[in-house]
Ligand binder design. Structure first.
Ligand code: HEM
Length: 292
């Protein structure tokens, strides 16, 4: 099925926008590699960029369900698989570029994966994502029945492995990796809140999660510098208290959490929901959601 068609086979602006947003970064990062015929520097840069996009898109996949609960925008479910498959595609691009950087030598690639722990961890995550992608179809869902849900919970350890891989290869500057880890904690807290029966439309719940995940992010940064580097961890914590740009990861995570609390207010607001429904042609969905 074409990625811009909805389940009933009709053209969907929403699905098209999501599809284009997922494809554009891939084209932009691959373009210099193609233009320069696979030269070393563009390949190295594209390895880093594709890895960053892989982890970002994997986390966006985990955001879909909480965001749907916050906003009641039930059409989000239609793009969850598309986003998950895109995360796998970016990991495959990342791996393919790595293979090119190793002159496509299978023995060299295999021995590097076995010998370097950060590559071993990345590879396990890649295999896990391949299994989830292969079993993400409707027929696999039917075949696996109740086991499908349990199998797809593997996405959480896979995301953790992706983040650990990110930390291990980042060497001294773990700003981006810390940001991803903090976002992941926030996403897990949304799931925990839902599991405890706390509404993801309550400002109190969402703001508490924002603060907790911001603090957890500062804690992760402190722990990393304290345990894995010789940099005094208290200097890192003090940096969080200074006003600086770009923002420290803990502040970015806190602000993102506050942003979601604001978005959830729109979910409660009937005129805003109707406007979204009009833009994306989902009147029925909005009407149904409002009665729930
Ligand atoms: C789910 C699987 C994976 C994810 C999410 C992932 C993600 C990442 C991220 C975020 C980075 C850092 C980018 C940066 O620093 O800007 C990275 C770097 C890297 N990854 Fe992966 N990766 C995965 C699997 C793999 C695999 C299977 C390989 C190869 C066997 C691999 C090889 C590399 C290499 C070589 C680097 C750059 C290291 C350097 O230049 O220091 N990754 N990856």
């Amino acid at each position: 099925m074409y990625p811009w068609l909805d389940p009933s086979g009709r053209f969907s602006v929403f699905k098209l926008v999501v599809f284009v947003a997922l494809v554009v970064p891939g084209c932009l990062l691959l373009w210099p590699v193609i233009a320069e015929g696979g030269a070393t520097i563009p390949v190295k840069e594209a390895i880093l960029e594709s890895g960053e996009w892989a982890i970002r898109i994997l986390l966006i996949t985990l955001l879909v369900t909480p965001l749907r609960r916050m906003t009641r925008f039930s059409k989000l479910v239609q793009v969850r698989r598309q986003i998950g498959v895109a995360a796998f595609c970016y990991v495959m691009i990342h791996f393919g570029l790595y293979a090119i950087s190793q002159n496509l030598d299978p023995f060299r690639i295999a021995s590097e994966i076995v010998l370097r722990i950060y590559l071993t961890i990345g590879f396990v995550a890649l295999v896990g994502l391949a299994v989830l992608t292969a079993t993400s179809t409707k027929s696999a869902m039917r075949r696996l029945g109740a086991k499908w849900g349990r199998l797809h919970k593997l996405v959480y350890p896979i995301a953790v492995l992706g983040i650990v891989h990110f930390f291990l290869q980042s060497k001294i500057d773990v700003t981006e990796a810390t940001l991803m880890a903090g976002m992941f904690v926030g996403l897990m807290l949304y799931r925990f809140a839902h599991w405890r029966g706390w509404s993801l439309r309550s400002s109190k719940t969402l703001l508490s999660i924002a603060v907790l995940s911001g603090l957890a992010t500062a804690g992760i940064e402190y722990a990393w510098y304290g345990l894995a580097t010789g940099i005094p961890a208290d200097r890192v914590v003090a940096a969080n208290l200074e006003c600086m740009w770009p923002l420290r990861p803990a502040w970015t995570v806190l602000l993102a959490g506050i942003g979601f609390a604001v978005i959830a207010q729109f979910g409660r607001d009937k005129p805003a929901r109707s406007m979204i429904a009009r833009v994306f042609g989902t009147q029925k969905v909005a009407a149904g959601a409002s009665s729930r």
